[in-house]
Ligand binder design. Structure first.
Ligand code: NAP
Length: 270
């Protein structure tokens, strides 16, 4: 059996990347081999995953087959990286490892996997609903065909960007951390609705649809954020009253500082 793609850690994000790749028939299920750590995950994949991929426990003898795959997706949690040992099989000297581990630099990957060409990717949680954003940084010696394969891996579930590695920290802050900021804003605004006498459920529905509508206006029309603000802010009206409170509480500055903090934290991990 010749495996084409090895997945080290078949968790939420790996499934989000691999499933559309299988759906698009860009690879056959019997060409994919994946590793998990626990019997529970192993059983769940065997029982419930819709494709009949090869799955092995990381502790099993068969796990070393992964090192025969020309391309590997490394998708364990960063704190488990120390448990992974590269096996330099005959065929692996020219192979690729694509890591999606937050905060693990190309330099660290190249040190850990000296017999592999390394690629670092940062993606975000909406990839699980095929609406992700992925940034790829190429290590040395990756050729054009290999780039096409790696781009395709992410393309079915996310918009793909290519950046030099120095921009991955800010990319991560803006795209991977910010979904939590948006969730917080949705929660806070709908608490405002709750305070005004509406149920939390209705308030959240209103806020989510308002955000969707606003985003569609910003994305589809040619208006800028300033244009939109001016359209809904009339002299002496409700919106300027709300904006004044946010200004008083340094809301905009707090968001900028949040992005700086996430970027710096990501840099610390590298
Ligand atoms: N979650 C996010 O929002 C997000 C977004 C972008 C990128 N990322 C990155 O994506 C990576 C994966 O995150 P995730 O949310 O998909 O995590 P996850 O669902 O916990 O998946 C991790 C997988 O790794 C397996 N694993 C653990 N130790 C292993 C070992 N020694 N050998 C082989 N497999 C092993 C786990 O198996 P068991 O289930 O059996 O323990 C599990 O299948 C992380 O590095 C994270 O930084 C995450």
């Amino acid at each position: 059996m010749s495996f084409k793609l090895g997945v080290i850690g078949f968790g939420n994000i790996a499934k989000a990347i691999i499933t559309p790749f299988l759906e698009q028939e860009l690879i056959k299920s019997n060409e994919v081999i994946c590793l998990v750590n626990s019997k529970k995950s192993f059983d769940n994949i065997k029982k419930f995953y819709k494709y009949d991929i090869n799955v092995f426990l990381a502790s099993s003898d068969d796990a070393k087959l992964i090192w025969d795959c020309p391309t590997k997706l490394l998708s364990i949690k960063p704190q488990h990286l120390e448990n992974i040992e590269e096996i330099n099989t005959k065929r692996s000297s020219n192979n690729i490892i694509v890591s999606i581990l937050a905060g693990v630099s190309l330099k660290t990957l190249e040190k850990k996997f000296p017999n592999h060409k390394c690629v670092r990717a940062v993606t975000n949680i909406p990839i699980t609903i095929k609406n992700g954003l992925t940034a790829i940084s190429w290590g040395d010696r990756i050729n054009n065909d290999e780039k096409i394969f790696v781009r395709n891996l992410f393309k079915n579930a996310s918009k793909v960007f290519e950046f030099s590695e120095e921009y991955l920290d800010i990319f991560l802050a803006l795209t991977s951390s910010s979904p939590a900021i948006i969730a917080l804003i949705v929660d806070a605004l709908s608490d405002g609705g709750l305070n005004g006498g509406l149920s939390k459920e209705i308030s959240e529905e209103l806020i989510l649809d308002m955000i969707l509508g606003t985003i569609l206006m910003l994305k589809d029309s040619k208006i800028t954020t300033t244009d939109l603000k001016n359209m809904v802010t009339s002299p002496g009206g409700t919106t300027i009253s709300a904006l004044r409170v946010l200004e008083e509480k340094s809301f905009k500055s707090a968001l900028i500082e949040a992005i700086i903090a996430a970027t710096n934290k990501s840099k610390e991990f590298n």
